[in-house]
Design a protein around this ligand. Structure first.
Ligand code: FAD
Length: 530
Protein backbone atom coordinates (compact mmCIF):
# COMPACT_ATOMS: atom_id res chain seq x y z
CA UNK A 1 0.00 0.00 0.00
CA UNK A 2 1.19 3.52 -0.81
CA UNK A 3 2.18 5.88 2.00
CA UNK A 4 -0.78 8.06 2.96
CA UNK A 5 1.44 11.11 3.62
CA UNK A 6 4.56 10.79 1.46
CA UNK A 7 6.16 9.16 -1.56
CA UNK A 8 6.39 5.41 -2.16
CA UNK A 9 5.09 2.35 -0.39
CA UNK A 10 4.36 2.15 3.34
CA UNK A 11 7.01 -0.47 3.93
CA UNK A 12 9.76 1.03 1.73
CA UNK A 13 12.91 1.54 3.81
CA UNK A 14 13.79 5.24 4.21
CA UNK A 15 16.41 6.58 1.79
CA UNK A 16 19.52 7.13 3.92
CA UNK A 17 21.47 10.39 3.69
CA UNK A 18 25.21 10.03 3.18
CA UNK A 19 27.39 11.56 5.90
CA UNK A 20 28.67 14.20 3.44
CA UNK A 21 25.09 15.22 2.63
CA UNK A 22 24.19 15.65 6.30
CA UNK A 23 27.30 17.79 6.76
CA UNK A 24 26.36 19.97 3.80
CA UNK A 25 22.77 20.37 5.03
CA UNK A 26 23.99 21.31 8.51
CA UNK A 27 26.33 23.90 7.05
CA UNK A 28 23.58 25.44 4.97
CA UNK A 29 20.62 25.27 7.32
CA UNK A 30 22.20 25.02 10.79
CA UNK A 31 20.68 22.73 13.38
CA UNK A 32 17.24 21.51 12.38
CA UNK A 33 14.35 20.82 14.77
CA UNK A 34 11.67 18.98 12.80
CA UNK A 35 8.17 19.18 14.21
CA UNK A 36 6.51 15.77 14.55
CA UNK A 37 4.01 14.57 11.96
CA UNK A 38 0.38 13.73 12.68
CA UNK A 39 -0.24 10.00 12.91
CA UNK A 40 -2.64 8.18 10.62
CA UNK A 41 -5.01 7.78 13.56
CA UNK A 42 -4.93 11.54 14.30
CA UNK A 43 -5.57 12.37 10.64
CA UNK A 44 -8.44 9.86 10.47
CA UNK A 45 -10.06 11.42 13.53
CA UNK A 46 -10.57 14.59 11.48
CA UNK A 47 -12.45 12.91 8.62
CA UNK A 48 -16.05 14.18 8.95
CA UNK A 49 -19.21 12.18 8.26
CA UNK A 50 -19.97 12.04 4.55
CA UNK A 51 -22.62 14.40 3.21
CA UNK A 52 -24.28 11.56 1.34
CA UNK A 53 -23.98 7.81 1.51
CA UNK A 54 -26.24 5.87 -0.80
CA UNK A 55 -24.50 4.66 -3.95
CA UNK A 56 -23.50 1.04 -4.32
CA UNK A 57 -20.20 1.84 -6.05
CA UNK A 58 -19.09 4.40 -3.48
CA UNK A 59 -17.31 3.55 -0.27
CA UNK A 60 -17.36 6.12 2.53
CA UNK A 61 -14.65 4.38 4.53
CA UNK A 62 -12.68 7.21 6.29
CA UNK A 63 -9.30 5.75 5.36
CA UNK A 64 -10.20 5.56 1.67
CA UNK A 65 -11.38 9.16 1.85
CA UNK A 66 -8.22 10.31 3.61
CA UNK A 67 -5.98 8.50 1.13
CA UNK A 68 -7.68 10.31 -1.76
CA UNK A 69 -7.83 13.75 -0.16
CA UNK A 70 -4.52 15.16 -1.37
CA UNK A 71 -1.88 14.76 -4.04
CA UNK A 72 1.86 15.46 -3.96
CA UNK A 73 2.20 19.26 -3.99
CA UNK A 74 4.04 21.05 -1.21
CA UNK A 75 0.73 22.34 0.24
CA UNK A 76 -0.52 18.72 0.09
CA UNK A 77 2.51 17.53 2.05
CA UNK A 78 2.06 20.24 4.68
CA UNK A 79 -1.63 19.31 5.06
CA UNK A 80 -1.01 15.55 5.22
CA UNK A 81 2.00 15.67 7.51
CA UNK A 82 0.36 18.10 9.93
CA UNK A 83 -3.02 16.35 9.74
CA UNK A 84 -4.63 19.71 8.86
CA UNK A 85 -6.58 18.62 5.80
CA UNK A 86 -9.37 21.05 5.07
CA UNK A 87 -11.58 18.90 2.83
CA UNK A 88 -12.13 15.21 2.09
CA UNK A 89 -14.11 13.46 -0.61
CA UNK A 90 -17.41 12.19 0.78
CA UNK A 91 -16.70 8.84 -0.80
CA UNK A 92 -14.46 6.98 -3.22
CA UNK A 93 -15.64 4.86 -6.15
CA UNK A 94 -13.55 2.20 -7.88
CA UNK A 95 -15.47 1.58 -11.13
CA UNK A 96 -14.41 -1.35 -13.26
CA UNK A 97 -16.27 -0.62 -16.51
CA UNK A 98 -17.62 2.16 -18.73
CA UNK A 99 -21.09 1.25 -17.49
CA UNK A 100 -20.09 1.90 -13.89
CA UNK A 101 -18.47 5.22 -14.81
CA UNK A 102 -21.66 6.18 -16.64
CA UNK A 103 -23.74 5.23 -13.63
CA UNK A 104 -21.57 7.45 -11.38
CA UNK A 105 -21.98 10.38 -13.78
CA UNK A 106 -25.76 10.04 -13.85
CA UNK A 107 -25.89 9.65 -10.06
CA UNK A 108 -23.80 12.83 -9.66
CA UNK A 109 -26.10 14.66 -12.01
CA UNK A 110 -29.18 13.47 -10.07
CA UNK A 111 -27.95 14.35 -6.56
CA UNK A 112 -25.81 17.39 -7.51
CA UNK A 113 -22.56 15.68 -6.49
CA UNK A 114 -19.12 16.49 -7.91
CA UNK A 115 -16.73 13.86 -9.24
CA UNK A 116 -12.95 13.99 -9.19
CA UNK A 117 -11.30 11.57 -11.64
CA UNK A 118 -8.24 10.01 -9.98
CA UNK A 119 -5.35 8.05 -11.51
CA UNK A 120 -2.32 7.69 -9.25
CA UNK A 121 -2.79 10.88 -7.22
CA UNK A 122 0.76 12.00 -8.08
CA UNK A 123 -0.15 15.39 -9.49
CA UNK A 124 1.57 18.33 -7.85
CA UNK A 125 -0.71 21.33 -8.32
CA UNK A 126 -3.84 20.42 -6.38
CA UNK A 127 -5.47 18.62 -9.34
CA UNK A 128 -7.19 15.89 -7.30
CA UNK A 129 -7.98 17.92 -4.19
CA UNK A 130 -11.48 18.58 -2.94
CA UNK A 131 -12.49 22.24 -2.93
CA UNK A 132 -14.51 22.78 0.27
CA UNK A 133 -18.20 23.42 -0.44
CA UNK A 134 -21.75 22.27 0.19
CA UNK A 135 -22.06 19.71 -2.57
CA UNK A 136 -21.04 16.11 -1.97
CA UNK A 137 -17.79 15.15 -3.72
CA UNK A 138 -16.76 11.66 -4.81
CA UNK A 139 -13.35 10.65 -6.03
CA UNK A 140 -13.46 8.24 -8.97
CA UNK A 141 -10.34 6.09 -8.72
CA UNK A 142 -9.64 4.35 -12.06
CA UNK A 143 -7.29 1.67 -10.69
CA UNK A 144 -9.62 -1.23 -11.63
CA UNK A 145 -9.81 -0.14 -15.28
CA UNK A 146 -6.23 -1.10 -16.02
CA UNK A 147 -6.17 -3.93 -18.56
CA UNK A 148 -4.30 -4.29 -21.83
CA UNK A 149 -7.24 -4.36 -24.25
CA UNK A 150 -5.61 -4.69 -27.63
CA UNK A 151 -2.14 -4.93 -29.09
CA UNK A 152 -1.74 -4.19 -32.79
CA UNK A 153 1.82 -5.29 -33.45
CA UNK A 154 1.68 -4.36 -37.12
CA UNK A 155 0.73 -0.77 -36.40
CA UNK A 156 2.65 -0.50 -33.09
CA UNK A 157 -0.48 0.49 -31.16
CA UNK A 158 -1.56 -0.70 -27.71
CA UNK A 159 -4.90 0.03 -26.03
CA UNK A 160 -5.35 0.09 -22.26
CA UNK A 161 -7.80 0.85 -19.51
CA UNK A 162 -6.83 4.39 -18.44
CA UNK A 163 -6.09 3.50 -14.80
CA UNK A 164 -3.04 1.43 -15.75
CA UNK A 165 0.25 2.55 -14.15
CA UNK A 166 3.64 3.02 -15.79
CA UNK A 167 5.16 -0.28 -14.56
CA UNK A 168 2.01 -2.21 -15.62
CA UNK A 169 2.22 -0.75 -19.13
CA UNK A 170 5.90 -1.50 -19.49
CA UNK A 171 5.47 -5.04 -18.11
CA UNK A 172 2.75 -5.76 -20.68
CA UNK A 173 4.89 -4.45 -23.53
CA UNK A 174 8.39 -5.55 -22.52
CA UNK A 175 7.42 -9.26 -22.61
CA UNK A 176 6.40 -8.72 -26.24
CA UNK A 177 9.62 -6.84 -27.05
CA UNK A 178 8.14 -3.33 -26.99
CA UNK A 179 8.06 -0.19 -24.85
CA UNK A 180 5.88 2.88 -24.62
CA UNK A 181 8.97 4.85 -23.56
CA UNK A 182 7.03 7.24 -21.31
CA UNK A 183 9.09 7.65 -18.15
CA UNK A 184 8.06 10.60 -15.99
CA UNK A 185 9.84 10.59 -12.66
CA UNK A 186 6.51 9.60 -11.09
CA UNK A 187 6.41 6.56 -13.44
CA UNK A 188 5.96 4.00 -10.62
CA UNK A 189 2.59 5.34 -9.47
CA UNK A 190 1.15 7.64 -12.14
CA UNK A 191 -1.35 6.35 -14.72
CA UNK A 192 -2.07 6.60 -18.41
CA UNK A 193 -5.28 8.59 -17.80
CA UNK A 194 -3.41 10.98 -15.49
CA UNK A 195 -0.61 11.44 -18.05
CA UNK A 196 -3.12 12.38 -20.75
CA UNK A 197 -5.17 14.62 -18.47
CA UNK A 198 -2.07 16.57 -17.36
CA UNK A 199 -0.06 16.55 -20.65
CA UNK A 200 2.74 14.69 -18.97
CA UNK A 201 6.25 14.29 -20.33
CA UNK A 202 8.81 11.55 -19.73
CA UNK A 203 12.58 11.77 -19.42
CA UNK A 204 13.20 10.20 -22.83
CA UNK A 205 10.67 12.30 -24.72
CA UNK A 206 13.30 13.31 -27.23
CA UNK A 207 13.21 9.74 -28.56
CA UNK A 208 9.68 8.57 -27.78
CA UNK A 209 7.73 11.85 -27.72
CA UNK A 210 5.61 13.62 -25.14
CA UNK A 211 2.25 12.12 -24.15
CA UNK A 212 0.56 14.20 -26.86
CA UNK A 213 2.67 12.34 -29.46
CA UNK A 214 2.01 8.95 -27.86
CA UNK A 215 -1.74 9.30 -27.23
CA UNK A 216 -3.52 8.14 -30.39
CA UNK A 217 -7.15 8.21 -29.29
CA UNK A 218 -9.54 6.66 -26.83
CA UNK A 219 -12.87 6.59 -25.07
CA UNK A 220 -14.12 9.28 -22.72
CA UNK A 221 -17.30 9.20 -20.65
CA UNK A 222 -18.51 12.79 -20.46
CA UNK A 223 -21.58 14.18 -18.67
CA UNK A 224 -23.28 14.68 -22.07
CA UNK A 225 -22.41 11.27 -23.50
CA UNK A 226 -19.54 9.21 -24.84
CA UNK A 227 -16.70 10.70 -26.84
CA UNK A 228 -14.82 8.20 -28.98
CA UNK A 229 -11.65 9.50 -30.58
CA UNK A 230 -10.57 7.15 -33.37
CA UNK A 231 -6.92 6.48 -34.08
CA UNK A 232 -5.44 7.75 -37.36
CA UNK A 233 -1.80 7.97 -38.34
CA UNK A 234 -2.66 11.57 -39.25
CA UNK A 235 -5.78 13.49 -40.19
CA UNK A 236 -6.67 16.87 -41.63
CA UNK A 237 -10.35 16.50 -40.77
CA UNK A 238 -10.62 19.70 -38.80
CA UNK A 239 -9.31 20.40 -35.28
CA UNK A 240 -7.96 17.36 -33.46
CA UNK A 241 -10.26 16.34 -30.59
CA UNK A 242 -7.37 14.70 -28.75
CA UNK A 243 -6.18 18.23 -27.99
CA UNK A 244 -9.35 18.84 -25.95
CA UNK A 245 -8.64 15.88 -23.74
CA UNK A 246 -4.89 16.40 -23.34
CA UNK A 247 -4.46 18.63 -20.31
CA UNK A 248 -8.19 18.63 -19.47
CA UNK A 249 -7.43 17.72 -15.82
CA UNK A 250 -10.57 15.66 -15.37
CA UNK A 251 -12.91 18.50 -16.32
CA UNK A 252 -14.34 17.32 -19.64
CA UNK A 253 -14.92 13.67 -18.94
CA UNK A 254 -13.46 10.50 -17.52
CA UNK A 255 -10.99 8.81 -19.86
CA UNK A 256 -11.64 5.09 -19.57
CA UNK A 257 -9.56 3.78 -22.50
CA UNK A 258 -6.63 5.07 -24.48
CA UNK A 259 -4.57 3.82 -27.38
CA UNK A 260 -0.88 4.68 -27.37
CA UNK A 261 1.94 4.40 -29.88
CA UNK A 262 4.66 1.98 -28.86
CA UNK A 263 8.19 1.22 -30.08
CA UNK A 264 10.32 -1.90 -30.28
CA UNK A 265 12.62 -2.23 -27.28
CA UNK A 266 15.98 -0.75 -28.22
CA UNK A 267 18.87 -3.14 -28.85
CA UNK A 268 21.21 -0.86 -26.97
CA UNK A 269 20.90 1.95 -24.54
CA UNK A 270 23.47 3.78 -22.49
CA UNK A 271 23.80 7.05 -20.65
CA UNK A 272 26.86 9.26 -20.49
CA UNK A 273 28.10 12.32 -18.69
CA UNK A 274 30.01 15.40 -19.72
CA UNK A 275 31.35 18.05 -17.35
CA UNK A 276 31.59 21.67 -18.49
CA UNK A 277 33.52 24.52 -16.90
CA UNK A 278 30.34 26.65 -16.67
CA UNK A 279 26.64 26.31 -17.40
CA UNK A 280 27.09 28.61 -20.39
CA UNK A 281 29.44 26.08 -22.01
CA UNK A 282 27.04 23.23 -21.25
CA UNK A 283 24.03 25.16 -22.53
CA UNK A 284 25.73 25.89 -25.85
CA UNK A 285 26.64 22.20 -26.22
CA UNK A 286 23.14 21.02 -25.33
CA UNK A 287 21.54 23.38 -27.85
CA UNK A 288 23.92 22.35 -30.59
CA UNK A 289 23.36 18.63 -29.94
CA UNK A 290 19.61 19.09 -30.32
CA UNK A 291 19.61 21.57 -33.19
CA UNK A 292 22.10 19.41 -35.11
CA UNK A 293 19.54 16.59 -34.64
CA UNK A 294 22.03 14.27 -32.99
CA UNK A 295 19.80 11.24 -32.23
CA UNK A 296 20.22 11.26 -28.43
CA UNK A 297 17.25 9.96 -26.42
CA UNK A 298 17.59 12.52 -23.63
CA UNK A 299 19.78 15.39 -22.50
CA UNK A 300 19.86 16.92 -19.06
CA UNK A 301 22.11 19.77 -18.01
CA UNK A 302 22.40 20.59 -14.31
CA UNK A 303 23.60 23.86 -12.84
CA UNK A 304 26.65 23.84 -10.60
CA UNK A 305 24.70 23.39 -7.36
CA UNK A 306 22.73 20.45 -8.72
CA UNK A 307 25.97 19.02 -10.11
CA UNK A 308 27.54 19.07 -6.64
CA UNK A 309 24.38 17.54 -5.16
CA UNK A 310 24.37 14.79 -7.80
CA UNK A 311 27.97 13.88 -7.06
CA UNK A 312 27.59 13.94 -3.29
CA UNK A 313 24.10 12.39 -3.07
CA UNK A 314 25.35 9.24 -4.82
CA UNK A 315 27.21 8.48 -1.58
CA UNK A 316 29.86 6.76 -3.79
CA UNK A 317 33.18 7.55 -2.12
CA UNK A 318 35.20 6.87 -5.26
CA UNK A 319 33.12 9.28 -7.28
CA UNK A 320 33.19 11.99 -4.65
CA UNK A 321 36.94 11.76 -4.25
CA UNK A 322 37.44 11.74 -8.05
CA UNK A 323 35.32 14.87 -8.23
CA UNK A 324 37.27 16.55 -5.46
CA UNK A 325 40.56 15.69 -7.16
CA UNK A 326 39.33 17.65 -10.17
CA UNK A 327 39.10 14.64 -12.47
CA UNK A 328 35.84 15.98 -13.91
CA UNK A 329 37.16 19.52 -14.22
CA UNK A 330 37.60 21.96 -11.42
CA UNK A 331 35.95 25.12 -10.27
CA UNK A 332 32.80 25.93 -8.39
CA UNK A 333 30.91 26.56 -11.63
CA UNK A 334 31.40 23.03 -12.98
CA UNK A 335 28.19 21.64 -14.58
CA UNK A 336 27.14 18.11 -15.40
CA UNK A 337 25.31 17.08 -18.55
CA UNK A 338 23.83 13.59 -18.90
CA UNK A 339 22.87 12.33 -22.34
CA UNK A 340 21.32 9.05 -23.39
CA UNK A 341 21.75 7.09 -26.61
CA UNK A 342 19.08 4.55 -27.48
CA UNK A 343 18.62 2.37 -30.55
CA UNK A 344 20.74 -0.16 -32.46
CA UNK A 345 24.47 -0.44 -32.04
CA UNK A 346 25.31 1.61 -35.13
CA UNK A 347 23.00 4.53 -34.33
CA UNK A 348 23.93 4.64 -30.64
CA UNK A 349 27.65 4.63 -31.47
CA UNK A 350 27.12 7.45 -33.92
CA UNK A 351 24.98 9.47 -31.47
CA UNK A 352 27.56 8.98 -28.72
CA UNK A 353 30.40 10.09 -31.00
CA UNK A 354 28.52 13.15 -32.25
CA UNK A 355 27.29 14.27 -28.80
CA UNK A 356 30.77 13.75 -27.33
CA UNK A 357 32.45 15.71 -30.11
CA UNK A 358 30.08 18.65 -29.68
CA UNK A 359 30.58 18.52 -25.90
CA UNK A 360 34.36 18.57 -26.28
CA UNK A 361 34.15 21.43 -28.74
CA UNK A 362 32.41 23.41 -25.98
CA UNK A 363 35.04 22.62 -23.37
CA UNK A 364 33.33 19.49 -22.02
CA UNK A 365 35.04 16.51 -20.41
CA UNK A 366 33.16 13.33 -21.40
CA UNK A 367 32.87 10.43 -18.95
CA UNK A 368 31.96 7.24 -20.76
CA UNK A 369 29.42 5.24 -18.76
CA UNK A 370 29.57 5.31 -15.03
CA UNK A 371 27.87 8.56 -13.98
CA UNK A 372 25.27 8.42 -16.76
CA UNK A 373 24.25 4.86 -16.03
CA UNK A 374 24.14 5.68 -12.32
CA UNK A 375 21.68 8.50 -13.12
CA UNK A 376 19.56 6.10 -15.17
CA UNK A 377 19.47 3.48 -12.42
CA UNK A 378 18.39 5.96 -9.78
CA UNK A 379 16.07 8.15 -11.85
CA UNK A 380 12.91 7.03 -10.04
CA UNK A 381 14.62 7.00 -6.64
CA UNK A 382 15.20 10.72 -6.07
CA UNK A 383 11.54 11.46 -5.13
CA UNK A 384 12.02 9.17 -2.11
CA UNK A 385 14.59 11.61 -0.79
CA UNK A 386 11.76 14.05 -0.17
CA UNK A 387 10.54 11.77 2.66
CA UNK A 388 13.99 11.74 4.27
CA UNK A 389 14.50 15.48 3.93
CA UNK A 390 11.07 16.12 5.45
CA UNK A 391 11.95 13.89 8.38
CA UNK A 392 15.13 15.86 9.10
CA UNK A 393 13.16 19.12 8.99
CA UNK A 394 13.35 20.28 5.37
CA UNK A 395 10.62 20.95 2.79
CA UNK A 396 11.34 20.41 -0.90
CA UNK A 397 9.38 21.68 -3.86
CA UNK A 398 9.97 21.90 -7.59
CA UNK A 399 8.69 24.17 -10.32
CA UNK A 400 9.18 24.30 -14.04
CA UNK A 401 8.56 26.21 -17.24
CA UNK A 402 9.72 26.24 -20.87
CA UNK A 403 11.07 29.04 -23.04
CA UNK A 404 12.86 29.60 -26.32
CA UNK A 405 16.64 29.16 -26.09
CA UNK A 406 17.17 32.90 -26.49
CA UNK A 407 15.30 33.59 -23.23
CA UNK A 408 15.93 30.42 -21.25
CA UNK A 409 19.23 31.14 -19.51
CA UNK A 410 18.25 34.58 -18.23
CA UNK A 411 14.91 33.19 -17.01
CA UNK A 412 16.66 30.27 -15.28
CA UNK A 413 18.86 32.61 -13.25
CA UNK A 414 16.00 35.09 -12.71
CA UNK A 415 13.69 32.45 -11.21
CA UNK A 416 16.38 31.08 -8.90
CA UNK A 417 17.27 34.64 -7.79
CA UNK A 418 13.60 35.39 -7.07
CA UNK A 419 13.37 32.36 -4.78
CA UNK A 420 16.64 33.19 -3.00
CA UNK A 421 15.63 36.79 -2.55
CA UNK A 422 12.26 35.75 -1.07
CA UNK A 423 14.27 33.58 1.31
CA UNK A 424 16.19 36.67 2.44
CA UNK A 425 12.91 38.56 2.95
CA UNK A 426 11.53 35.83 5.20
CA UNK A 427 14.84 35.31 6.98
CA UNK A 428 15.46 31.80 5.64
CA UNK A 429 18.30 30.25 3.66
CA UNK A 430 16.94 28.52 0.56
CA UNK A 431 18.96 25.93 -1.33
CA UNK A 432 18.00 26.47 -4.97
CA UNK A 433 19.25 24.51 -7.95
CA UNK A 434 18.01 23.33 -11.30
CA UNK A 435 18.44 21.76 -14.69
CA UNK A 436 17.27 21.74 -18.30
CA UNK A 437 15.97 18.29 -19.12
CA UNK A 438 13.47 18.35 -21.99
CA UNK A 439 15.02 20.03 -24.95
CA UNK A 440 13.36 20.92 -28.24
CA UNK A 441 14.58 22.48 -31.49
CA UNK A 442 13.54 25.95 -30.37
CA UNK A 443 13.96 25.87 -26.63
CA UNK A 444 13.99 23.96 -23.40
CA UNK A 445 12.23 23.39 -20.13
CA UNK A 446 13.72 24.74 -16.89
CA UNK A 447 13.24 22.65 -13.79
CA UNK A 448 14.01 24.18 -10.44
CA UNK A 449 14.18 22.54 -7.03
CA UNK A 450 14.24 24.48 -3.79
CA UNK A 451 14.72 23.23 -0.27
CA UNK A 452 13.99 25.23 2.85
CA UNK A 453 13.69 24.77 6.59
CA UNK A 454 10.28 23.70 7.87
CA UNK A 455 8.87 25.88 10.63
CA UNK A 456 7.41 24.46 13.80
CA UNK A 457 4.13 25.96 12.63
CA UNK A 458 2.87 24.24 9.43
CA UNK A 459 0.96 27.41 8.47
CA UNK A 460 4.25 29.29 8.40
CA UNK A 461 5.86 26.58 6.23
CA UNK A 462 2.95 27.01 3.83
CA UNK A 463 3.07 30.82 3.90
CA UNK A 464 6.80 30.75 3.10
CA UNK A 465 6.12 28.39 0.19
CA UNK A 466 3.40 30.69 -1.16
CA UNK A 467 5.82 33.62 -1.17
CA UNK A 468 8.53 31.67 -3.02
CA UNK A 469 6.11 30.09 -5.46
CA UNK A 470 4.47 33.38 -6.31
CA UNK A 471 7.81 35.22 -6.71
CA UNK A 472 9.01 32.48 -9.07
CA UNK A 473 5.73 32.39 -11.01
CA UNK A 474 5.79 36.17 -11.52
CA UNK A 475 9.30 35.92 -12.98
CA UNK A 476 8.22 33.06 -15.25
CA UNK A 477 5.41 35.19 -16.67
CA UNK A 478 7.54 38.31 -16.94
CA UNK A 479 10.23 36.42 -18.83
CA UNK A 480 7.69 34.95 -21.26
CA UNK A 481 7.66 31.35 -20.02
CA UNK A 482 4.70 29.00 -19.83
CA UNK A 483 3.32 28.58 -16.33
CA UNK A 484 3.92 24.86 -16.72
CA UNK A 485 5.93 22.69 -19.08
CA UNK A 486 4.81 19.39 -17.56
CA UNK A 487 2.90 19.61 -14.27
CA UNK A 488 -0.28 21.31 -15.53
CA UNK A 489 -2.50 23.89 -13.85
CA UNK A 490 -4.64 22.40 -11.06
CA UNK A 491 -5.46 25.01 -8.42
CA UNK A 492 -1.97 26.36 -7.85
CA UNK A 493 -1.41 27.75 -11.37
CA UNK A 494 -4.99 28.75 -12.02
CA UNK A 495 -4.44 32.47 -11.41
CA UNK A 496 -1.57 32.54 -13.93
CA UNK A 497 -3.36 30.86 -16.83
CA UNK A 498 -5.20 33.95 -18.17
CA UNK A 499 -1.86 35.70 -18.75
CA UNK A 500 -0.85 32.81 -21.01
CA UNK A 501 -4.13 32.11 -22.82
CA UNK A 502 -5.53 35.66 -23.09
CA UNK A 503 -9.22 36.66 -22.72
CA UNK A 504 -10.41 34.96 -25.92
CA UNK A 505 -8.49 31.79 -25.08
CA UNK A 506 -9.97 31.70 -21.57
CA UNK A 507 -13.47 32.24 -22.97
CA UNK A 508 -12.95 29.35 -25.40
CA UNK A 509 -11.76 27.08 -22.58
CA UNK A 510 -14.68 28.04 -20.39
CA UNK A 511 -17.23 27.44 -23.19
CA UNK A 512 -15.64 24.09 -23.93
CA UNK A 513 -16.03 22.97 -20.31
CA UNK A 514 -19.66 24.16 -20.32
CA UNK A 515 -20.35 22.21 -23.51
CA UNK A 516 -19.10 18.92 -22.12
CA UNK A 517 -20.18 19.46 -18.54
CA UNK A 518 -23.08 21.95 -18.38
CA UNK A 519 -23.82 21.18 -14.72
CA UNK A 520 -20.18 21.52 -13.66
CA UNK A 521 -20.03 17.99 -12.23
CA UNK A 522 -16.40 17.22 -12.95
CA UNK A 523 -13.44 18.42 -10.87
CA UNK A 524 -14.60 22.01 -10.32
CA UNK A 525 -12.04 24.68 -9.46
CA UNK A 526 -9.20 23.06 -11.41
CA UNK A 527 -7.67 24.39 -14.62
CA UNK A 528 -10.08 27.33 -14.70
CA UNK A 529 -11.80 29.02 -11.84
CA UNK A 530 -15.38 27.70 -11.76
C1 FAD B 1 7.89 12.78 -7.58
C2 FAD B 1 7.12 13.25 -8.76
C3 FAD B 1 7.71 13.26 -9.99
C4 FAD B 1 7.00 13.70 -11.11
N1 FAD B 1 7.60 13.67 -12.32
C5 FAD B 1 6.92 14.06 -13.43
C6 FAD B 1 7.53 14.02 -14.70
O1 FAD B 1 8.68 13.62 -14.86
N2 FAD B 1 6.79 14.41 -15.76
C7 FAD B 1 5.50 14.83 -15.63
O2 FAD B 1 4.88 15.15 -16.63
N3 FAD B 1 4.91 14.90 -14.43
C8 FAD B 1 5.57 14.52 -13.33
N4 FAD B 1 4.98 14.57 -12.09
C9 FAD B 1 3.58 15.03 -11.97
C10 FAD B 1 2.54 13.89 -12.08
O3 FAD B 1 3.12 12.66 -11.84
C11 FAD B 1 1.89 13.91 -13.44
O4 FAD B 1 1.09 15.08 -13.53
C12 FAD B 1 1.05 12.68 -13.79
O5 FAD B 1 0.68 12.76 -15.13
C13 FAD B 1 -0.19 12.53 -12.92
O6 FAD B 1 -0.72 11.24 -13.16
P1 FAD B 1 -1.67 10.51 -12.10
O7 FAD B 1 -2.13 9.25 -12.70
O8 FAD B 1 -1.02 10.43 -10.79
O9 FAD B 1 -2.88 11.54 -12.07
P2 FAD B 1 -3.68 12.14 -10.83
O10 FAD B 1 -2.77 12.90 -9.97
O11 FAD B 1 -4.50 11.10 -10.20
O12 FAD B 1 -4.63 13.15 -11.60
C14 FAD B 1 -4.11 14.25 -12.30
C15 FAD B 1 -5.22 14.96 -13.06
O13 FAD B 1 -5.70 14.13 -14.09
C16 FAD B 1 -7.09 13.83 -13.92
N5 FAD B 1 -7.25 12.43 -14.28
C17 FAD B 1 -6.56 11.35 -13.81
N6 FAD B 1 -7.00 10.23 -14.41
C18 FAD B 1 -7.99 10.61 -15.26
C19 FAD B 1 -8.84 9.90 -16.16
N7 FAD B 1 -8.76 8.58 -16.32
N8 FAD B 1 -9.75 10.63 -16.86
C20 FAD B 1 -9.84 11.97 -16.73
N9 FAD B 1 -9.06 12.68 -15.90
C21 FAD B 1 -8.15 12.01 -15.18
C22 FAD B 1 -7.39 14.14 -12.47
O14 FAD B 1 -8.73 14.53 -12.27
C23 FAD B 1 -6.43 15.29 -12.19
O15 FAD B 1 -6.98 16.50 -12.62
C24 FAD B 1 5.67 14.14 -10.96
C25 FAD B 1 5.07 14.11 -9.70
C26 FAD B 1 5.78 13.68 -8.60
C27 FAD B 1 5.12 13.65 -7.28
Amino acid sequence: MKKWNGWGLEDAPPTPLAHEVIQILNTIFGELHPSPDATLRQALARVPSPKIDNHLLVTTDPEDRLRHARGQSLPDWVALRSGRINAFPDGVAYPSSDEEVKSLLSYASKVGARLIPYGGGTSVLGQINVIPGDQPVFTVDLRCINQLLDFDETSLLASYGAGITGPQIEASLNVRGYTMGHFPQSFEYSTLGGWIATRSVGTQCYRYGRIEDLFGGGHIETPIGQLDIPIFPASSAGPDLRELILGSEGRLGIITRATVRVSPLPQRESFHAAFFPTIGHGFAAMREIIQARVPVSMVRLSDSQETENSLVFTGRKLLISAAHKGIFGIGSERCLMIFGVTGDSKSTRLAYRQASAISRAHGGFVVRHFIGNEWHKSRFKSPYLRNTLWDVGLALDTLETALPFSKAMAAFEGIKDAIRSTGRDIGEVILVFGHFSHVYMDGTNLYITYIYRRSQDPDETLENWKKMKSAASEVILKRGGTISHQHGVGTDHLQYLPAEKGPVGMQALSSMLKTFDPQGLLNPGKLIDN
